[in-house]
Design a protein around this ligand. Sequence first.
Ligand code: CA
Length: 227
Amino acid sequence: MAKILVVEDEQHMVSVLRDALELENYVVEIVGDGREGLDRLKFYDYDLAILDWGLPLMSGIEVLEHYRKTGGQTPILMLTGKDQIPDRQTGLDYGADDYLVKPFDMRELLARLRAMLRRPKQMTESVLSLGNTRLDARKFQTWVDGKPLSLLPKELQLLEFFMRYPEQVFSQTALLNRVWPNDCEATNQAFRSALKRLRKKLEEAGSNCQITAIYGVGYKFEKADME
Ligand code: CA
């Protein structure tokens, strides 16, 4: 029985969501403004949150950005009005796991929620591994083939992020938003040099995983094709 936080201010949408989610036996908590939504996310545990973009006091994007930058890991589905979202990337760049444009079909929303809830608990695990590469996020240690790999803090954080979302492509902006805590350090140059060093270290240590650039889109972490 999953517990879901809904942050939404429109009364009609609130009652439609509440009815549909409760019918599916989810435990539902509803708040009507962004600031309260952020507080709940920070201080309570949810399996998932549905976050509206347009909210009083704090927009959904601000909530999302703030929550992710302070390490919040609850999966979030963002709801947006047609006119609010310039392109799909924006919400996902700030750390949404999925998004839906209003008006949406409730069956579609429920299907997305089920898919999100089925995803492995990679988000909360502290030991992550792919191929011969392993990372312990709590001990700040990385190993390749069981041998310790020495990484600088930013390289380790970048690798940790990639390992939490293997095979998923992230734009450079998304990676900067998610891995670099504040805007003055989050420069393209900082990203490129951390990426370059990390790739080199992984390769030299004999990792069978790699960070692949997808031209014009971004980067993903995957097991290298060894053939
Ligand atoms: Ca709204």
